[in-house]
Design a protein around this ligand. Structure first.
Ligand SMILES: NC(=O)c1ccc[n+]([C@@H]2O[C@H](COP(=O)([O-])OP(=O)(O)OC[C@H]3O[C@@H](n4cnc5c(N)ncnc54)[C@H](OP(=O)(O)O)[C@@H]3O)[C@@H](O)[C@H]2O)c1
Length: 257
């Protein structure tokens, strides 16, 4: 049930991940339930304050570290060239881990100049503290600057759901070998016209609109990272991987925007 897609020649990322923002006091239990359900890709960030909960839940789950893919992100106070390595050391301390699978620049900012921050992230990669590097909320201009640094940027995490569809950025990423993670994948289910198509397809596949939104993103080759505090939703979202979505289903939802 766990599909992976290649990030690099050597690294696979489980295509469905579990988001950990805004989980608050439910973070530990929700992440633990996600791991018990079968999720093997957890998305965290310095800003979410969930490093500790991710590490503790993983240890409690008994799932070996090398079977779980951990993404985290540098916030704007940690992206200056001299701040990246100490921040990553702090993240590893909070996570109680030896390495991060995917380290991202969380948000474009004055402080986050790709030409400064990405080489500092490359040094973290070279030190074995991260396995892959990427960015988040990057449009085409910033992606072009990132690519020009020659630092291997293999992922762009952007908002992508039935309402917001940054198709041009996705096409640019695909053309440049950059995988795309879809955040807030189920937060918005689109306008009335979209929701009509969602309802028809949800009935066809006997699933919820949220599961349908995830199946659509998975069928498009994106990496959705839904978040939930409810065990039944955590499990339902995981089962979205089993929905047999046809090319016609994808086309119908693509056209419904
Ligand atoms: N890179 C960035 O800048 C960035 C920005 C935002 C988010 N993210 C990442 O993306 C993750 C997901 O995005 P998100 O948290 O904004 O939104 P989301 O996962 O699209 O939506 C979360 C909401 O959907 C509900 N939900 C989840 N599963 C459901 C289901 N099966 N049926 C009905 N409702 C369901 C949740 O409520 P319940 O808890 O009640 O289930 C919650 O209110 C974040 O946790 C974070 O890891 C990244």
């Amino acid at each position: 049930m766990l599909k992976t897609i290649p990030l690099t020649a050597d690294i696979q990322i489980p295509q469905l991940g579990f988001g950990t923002s805004q989980l608050k006091e439910a973070a530990h239990a929700s992440i633990l339930h996600a791991l018990h359900t079968g999720y093997r890709h957890i998305d965290t960030a310095d800003m979410y304050g969930t490093h500790g909960a991710v590490g503790a839940a993983l240890r409690e789950s008994g799932v070996p570290r090398n079977e779980v893919f951990i993404t985290t992100k540098l916030w704007s106070h940690s992206v200056a060239a001299d701040k990246v390595a100490p921040a990553v050391d702090r993240f590893l301390d909070e996570l109680q881990m030896d390495y991060i699978d995917l380290l991202l620049i969380h948000w474009p900012s004055e402080e986050a100049q790709p030409e400064e921050t990405l080489p500092a992230m490359q040094a973290v990669l070279d030190a074995g503290k991260a396995r892959a590097l990427g960015v988040s909320n990057y449009g085409i201009d910033l992606l072009e600057r990132a690519i020009a640094t020659s630092v291997p940027v293999v992922n762009n995490q952007i908002k992508h759901n039935l309402e917001e569809r940054p198709d041009e950025v996705v096409a640019f990423c695909k053309a440049n070998g950059i995988t795309v993670t879809a955040y807030s994948p189920i937060k918005a289910l689109g306008n009335a016209a979209t929701q009509k198509v969602v309802q028809t397809l949800s009935e066809k596949h006997a699933c919820s609109p949220q599961q349908l939104a995830l199946a659509w993103l998975l069928a498009k080759g994106l990496i959705p990272i839904p978040r939930s505090t409810k065990p039944e939703n955590i499990e339902a979202n995981f089962r979205a991987q089993g929905i047999a979505f046809s090319a016609e289903d994808v086309a119908a939802l693509d056209a419904a925007a």
